[in-house]
Design a binder for this molecule. Structure first.
Ligand code: MRU
Length: 392
């Protein structure tokens, strides 16, 4: 079968690829893991339980498409490419859950699976692009059975293409990372946010494989702290020198000349305008980088481009629950001088804000193209306005 995603826009190139698959070391043992996998014999989507990281590494099996949608909403899995692959596998999982042979009923069922997964998180466009690709591929099947088989193959093709795109981003982006540089990144656009390798991290991993040394500053990324917990954990796994910084510290470091380059990922880039939607706080960092004349790059695979929307104002920005802002999650630890606590070692929520206060919690913001130096894609580095030349 032709892979659903080898579009002429983002074909797999013949670049020499340096980024090896990412190994995870748990209790001294290293093995390669993908963030999202599929077990067709059990009809299960396998996910790394990201809410437990960096304190515990666990893979969970999700056994039906409704639970797969909940895993996306609750951020067991997160990051644009990773939720794209999860949605693609979730659609295949939902297709396999259908037991009949009637094509009309199958189609109705499939649309309901599609909508459930699409609504799980609204901002990233990757789940929609991924599922549209699976549906396109399925249309070649003549029977329900054939379409079910194609759905699994097409979801796998999406996941494989996500990995290939991240490798290519690494090759194009690696020359930007020069010896001794200090690089700022925001949130987590690493392998946990994709199927493997990541986007913003791909040039770092490729530069490391080419023998260069550099330092990374990870924005903590409140409210959910993906920078402090996930990016810092990934970089530690890779042996890359890094510091976590408070979100408010980047301006100070830029002013003192301690940041040379910024690379972030994205959840949706508008192909028509070059606007970049990413984790809340990205826009602030882009304004600061512009003020300090620091190059600001965005790294994306093909599935992150939205060719339809005409303005960043039309992007559905997810508003999450206020408790994310009003408190924080972590692992209970015994403080010096404290007695033994019942919850020690457990993941707990602690309230930080004033008990009677409420919160606003927009999850993403939109950075205009004039603040962006370049967009690193599997096809090379483009000025945001030139992305439209890639339209299939
Ligand atoms: O809310 P998340 O953790 O799913 O958001 C992910 C991001 O916005 C990251 O910034 C990432 O850069 C996008 S790349 C997958």
């Amino acid at each position: 079968m032709t892979p659903a995603f080898s579009s002429s826009t983002f074909h797999t190139s013949t670049l020499q690829l340096h980024s090896p698959p990412v190994n995870v070391t748990v209790r001294g043992r290293s093995s390669p893991y993908r963030t999202v996998e599929f077990d067709a014999t059990k009809n299960a989507v396998l996910l790394i339980e990201q809410r437990l990281l960096p304190h515990r590494f666990e893979q969970v099996a999700i056994l039906n498409y409704r639970d797969t949608a909940c895993a996306i909403t609750d951020m067991v899995v997160r990051g644009a490419g990773a939720i794209g692959a999860t949605a693609a596998y979730g659609l295949a999982q939902g297709a396999l859950e259908f037991k009949g042979t009637n094509p009309g009923r199958f189609c109705t069922h499939l649309l309901s699976v599609y909508e459930t997964l699409k609504e799980a998180r609204p901002t990233a466009v990757d789940p929609v692009n991924a599922m549209d690709g699976v549906l396109r591929a399925m249309s070649a099947g003549r029977t329900v059975r054939e379409q079910q088989t194609i759905a699994v193959a097409a979801a796998r093709a999406f996941a494989d293409e996500d990995v290939a795109h991240c490798r290519e981003i690494g090759e194009h982006g690696a020359p930007l990372i020069r010896e001794g540089m200090r690089v700022l990144t925001h949130c987590n656009a690493g392998w946990l946010a994709f199927v493997d390798i990541g986007t913003a991290t791909a040039p770092l991993y490729a530069a490391q494989a080419q023998g260069r040394k550099f330092h990374v500053f990870c924005d903590e990324t409140r409210p959910r702290c993906q920078g402090a917990s996930l990016t810092a954990w990934e970089l530690a796994q890779q042996g890359i020198s890094h510091d976590v910084i408070a979100d408010n510290a980047a301006g100070f470091l830029m002013q003192r000349g301690e940041i040379d380059l910024v690379i972030v990922g994205s959840d949706r880039v508008l192909g028509r305008t070059g606007e970049v939607c990413n984790k809340i706080g990205t826009y602030t960092k882009a304004v600061l980088a512009h003020r300090h004349k620091i190059p600001f790059y965005v790294a994306i695979p093909g599935s992150t481009i939205d060719w339809n929307l005409k303005s960043g104002r039309d992007i559905p920005i997810e508003e999450r629950a206020g408790d994310e802002v009003l408190g924080a999650w972590g692992i209970a630890e015994r403080q010096k001088g404290e007695g033994k606590r019942k919850k020690e070692g457990e993941r707990i929520y602690v309230r930080i804000a004033n008990p009677s206060s409420t919160a606003r919690n927009p999850g993403f913001d939109v950075t205009p193209p004039d603040l962006i130096t370049g967009i690193i894609t599997p096809r090379g580095i483009f000025k945001p306005k030139d992305l439209r030349t890639l339209k299939p």
